[in-house]
Design a protein around this ligand. Sequence first.
Ligand code: GAR
Length: 208
Amino acid sequence: MKYSNDNEQKCNIAIFASGTGSNFINIYNHILDGKIFANINILISNNPNCKAIEFAKKNKINYKIINKFRLSNNENIEKVIGKVLIKNNINLIVLAGYMKKIPKQIIELYPRKILNIHPALLPKFGGKGFYGIKVHEAVINSGEKSTGITIHFVDNDYDTGDIIYQKEVDVLENDSAVSLSKRVLELEHKSYPVVVKEFCDKYRKELN
Ligand code: GAR
């Protein structure tokens, strides 16, 4: 289904990303193509030199870099993030390779409105230190025959929030962490927009 450009209120999304940003760019393209009824109001990153920020600059997407080095004396991360989210009327937060913990205050401000994607079948290969390629290295070293993706709500711990969606990927005999990561990422790109779209459609029904 493609959405027409009508006057209905769209779901305002904040994307959080620290790295390449392929999930961010993929969701952005789905919105641009009219497949998700939403706006990306802001990209938040801790990493000024990441590809996600580069893409935002090129495509004139509003962005904000928030990290401890950029705070003034009387500021803290949670207050700055909270202010940016409120100022941008955010309804949904989408973590897309964001490598920092979301402060408790932000989780309280957005209950069950913060989504994360993880490149494994949680609760396996999740928790502090399991991110990006490290997850796939651990899967290969464990000898598991399958892995996958998990999309879940974010709670106060790493990778422990309620699971919304999971899908399996076979680990092939000659897989390296890199080859496996590519197939897992492909599945992320198919799945994350579907879940984000569902959330935005639900929001649309409630509001309009
Ligand atoms: C993705 O594989 C995502 O699942 C993973 O980081 C990668 C980001 O890729 N997230 C985690 O490991 C979270 N614990 P991207 O920057 O190309 O979207």
